[in-house]
Design a protein around this ligand. Structure first.
Ligand code: MG
Length: 385
């Protein structure tokens, strides 16, 4: 029996993880979860899974939860040290890092030092701190298995790969999101509801906006560079509107291995939880009869975004922190209806370009640069509103 600690338990990846755990109760036990403010969902999880511990940083959530769950055996914890202690506890075998955004960095860094298995959904932590996180995981013998669908697909396509010298190309597919085929000019007038309405995936609001802007794919390019330790030039981004093929690896002998499934996060999570064994889950089988798969180039008017991501891959240091912070600020402003959708691109351009980014990377310098970039992005946002 493997004990799971699920960080970000009430979010979308959290829900998919719980489905897989529930369907494989003989193998996996939900030992602990952390969440922010969705107390109703947290109570449901306690009733369904009786974890030993539940953590929230949010004092109000903790108070509400204690009131609601007086009769359960789950212990409510709510300070940082308690969470630290839980992450390093010997009882925990697998840590699922599913907190969205920069907020997931601290716990992911702590998890990297445990020597346990981390299932990583929090791509932002690898974008901002890949240069620290990957060597740290290596040093402590911590294995990081991606559950981002494209990266888990690459992980599966590489299962029989003996040496990175055998790899010729890796294709990361992108659905194109709800605004597929629209130019940036046409994105001036789209609404928040349209942007959140992804055609293939049901996800949290931050990643839904990132998918609609195609920034998500750029974050994923950086994520892939670190996870698979390959130069950015190995990766191509290709639009594939059906989200059936999640990634393709082409080998030097001309053969390509693609990973296919209907778009459903339980598929990569089942693979990662079982570490490449095949565990049974309920899934919607693919019907190949009449299935049309299509592909097209990444849109030309978004190539400047891809270039920023490739610069982050090549320059490293604090460039990922700046790219991520500018984007998180832009997404929050759009979610708060302060800016137009297309302003996301101006904010990224005006915050990222021409910034002096030292190559010195430490956790402290990441936090400093994150703060500084958010201030700068705020000024840009104010100038737009
Ligand atoms: Mg993805």
């Amino acid at each position: 029996m493997k004990n799971i600690l699920l960080l970000g338990g009430t979010g979308s990846v959290g829900s998919s993880s719980l489905k897989v755990i529930h369907q494989n109760k003989n193998e996996f036990n939900l030992y602990g979860i952390s969440f922010d403010n969705n107390v109703d969902r947290a109570v449901e999880i306690i009733k369904d899974f009786s974890p030993n511990f539940i953590h929230t940083n949010n004092e109000e959530s903790a108070k509400k939860l204690e009131k609601e769950c007086g009769n359960f055996d789950t212990q409510v914890i709510f300070n940082k040290d308690d969470l630290q202690n839980l992450i390093v506890k010997d009882d925990v075998d697998i840590i699922i890092s599913a907190i969205s955004g920069f907020a997931g960095l601290e716990t992911t860094m702590s998890a990297a030092k445990t020597g346990k298995t981390i299932l990583l959904a929090n791509k932002e932590s690898i974008v901002v701190a890949g240069d620290l996180l990957m060597p740290l995981a290596k040093k402590y013998n911590t294995s990081i298995i991606p559950i981002d669908s494209e990266h888990n697909a690459i992980h599966q396509c590489l299962a029989s790969c003996k040496s990175s010298k055998d790899i010729s190309k890796v294709i990361i597919t992108a659905s194109g999101g709800p605004f597929l085929g629209k130019s940036i000019g046409e994105l001036d007038t789209v609404t928040l509801e349209q942007a959140l309405n992804h055609p293939n995936w049901s996800m949290g609001s931050k990643i839904s906006i990132d998918s609609a802007s195609l920034v998500n794919k750029c974050l994923e390019l950086i994520e892939a560079k670190y996870l698979f330790d390959l130069q950015e030039s190995f990766f191509d981004l290709v639009i594939h509107p059906q989200s059936i093929i999640h990634s393709v690896v082409t080998y030097v002998d001309g053969s390509s291995i693609a990973h296919m499934s209907n778009p459903d996060m339980t598929v990569p999570i089942a693979n990662a939880l079982s570490n490449n064994r095949k565990i049974p889950i309920q899934f919607n089988p693919m019907d190949l009869n009449g299935l049309n798969l299509s592909f097209e180039a990444f849109p030309k008017d978004r190539l400047f975004l891809e270039k920023m991501a490739r610069d982050v891959c090549n320059e490293g240091g604090l460039t990922g922190t700046v790219f991520n912070a500018a984007n998180e600020m832009a997404v929050t402003a759009f979610l708060n209806k302060e800016i137009k959708f297309s302003d996301i691109y101006s904010i990224l351009n005006r915050t990222f370009n021409g910034k002096d980014m030292s190559k010195d990377i430490e956790l402290e310098s990441i936090y400093e640069m994150d703060k500084e970039t958010r201030k700068q992005a705020k000024k840009v946002i104010e100038s737009l509103t």
